[in-house]
Design a protein around this ligand. Structure first.
Ligand SMILES: NC(=O)c1ccc[n+]([C@@H]2O[C@H](COP(=O)([O-])OP(=O)(O)OC[C@H]3O[C@@H](n4cnc5c(N)ncnc54)[C@H](OP(=O)(O)O)[C@@H]3O)[C@@H](O)[C@H]2O)c1
Length: 268
């Protein structure tokens, strides 16, 4: 372990929780945290892929990895998971899982829309409540909330998802200002289109104009920004796109551009 890794583990370890960890961006967080010597508590719904991934991390990095098959849309399950994870000395939380429903607003039943809120907003609230107070007592720790460029302006056809991502952006930035001075670094990470199994399934057979990045770019940007700023946009092209959408274009035009891009994702 390098001196930098040891310092990272002292600051944010010894255990990290990654919620939504078996594939995509969450799996890359788990890999990079394990490579820095943190022991891991990982959660996802499907036990099989999660356990196979945990075995790979144990053998490659020699860290302890605990797995929990849990549906983060279910409040009681999240509370139970938070209680169990909290029996470890957790110094780091990555909330990564998300439900993103694509479609015309009224094509999805309200139950699914509520599930989107529960997965993307209620679960991180509950886990922060369970895991951050002990970090504050120790005066050290970190929290990462995954959000999205869809959350910086209105985004038709994924409006509820985009709004949950706006919530994660503002909530994380707010906690950065409040908890940072008490030793707990909070960071909201804005990803653009990123090559993950979830993204590939949503875009299969459709042409999207967005440049697609890789998961390691997102996690590298996140870990480099942690403790330094309240939020970070992963990737140069995404930074330029965000500047265009929020600083240069009039708001109606920005929303119309998003509508054109997301319309291509609709099932026809
Ligand atoms: N990929 C992109 O293009 C992109 C762009 C912008 C922002 N983001 C954000 O980045 C984050 C990660 O995205 P992603 O594409 O890597 O993957 P994702 O499909 O959102 O999440 C993948 C991981 O989360 C788990 N998961 C999903 N729903 C869960 C639930 N209800 N309970 C427990 N675990 C759950 C999955 O395992 P199981 O299926 O086994 O549960 C898997 O391990 C999300 O917050 C997303 O909003 C992604």
């Amino acid at each position: 372990m390098t001196a930098n890794d040891a310092a990272f583990r002292d600051r944010y370890g010894p255990w990290a929780v990654v919620a939504g960890a078996s594939e995509g961006i969450g799996a890359e967080f788990a890999r990079q945290l394990a490579s820095r010597g943190l022991d891991l508590v990982l959660a996802a719904r499907r036990a099989g892929p999660l356990e196979a991934f945990a075995a790979e991390l144990r053998s490659r990095h020699g860290v302890e990895v605990e797995t929990h098959a849990v549906d983060l849309a279910d409040a009681d399950s999240v509370r139970g998971f938070g209680r169990e994870a909290g029996t470890r000395q957790v110094g780091f939380l990555v909330y990564n899982a998300a439900l993103s429903l694509i479609g015309r607003y009224f094509d999805h039943p309200i139950e699914n829309r509520l599930r989107e809120l529960d997965t993307n907003c209620r679960a991180p609230l509950l886990l922060i409540d369970a895991l951050v107070p002990p970090m504050l007592e120790r005066g050290r720790g970190g929290v990462i909330l995954m959000t999205s460029l869809s959350g910086i302006q209105g985004t038709p056809y994924i409006g509820n998802y985009a709004a949950t991502k706006a919530w994660n952006l503002i909530f994380g930035e707010s906690l950065w200002g409040e908890l940072g001075p008490r030793g707990v670094d909070v960071l909201s990470v804005l990803a653009g289109a990123t090559r993950t199994p979830g993204y590939l399934a949503n875009t299969a057979g459709r042409s999207t104009a967005a440049p697609v990045g890789d998961t390691d770019e997102v996690v590298n940007a996140a870990l480099a920004a942690l403790g330094k700023r309240p939020s970070v946009i992963a990737g140069g092209a995404n930074k330029a796109a965000a500047f265009l959408m929020t600083r240069l274009l009039p708001r109606p035009q920005a929303v119309r551009i998003m509508a054109k891009a997301t319309y291509k994702l609709l099932a026809r």
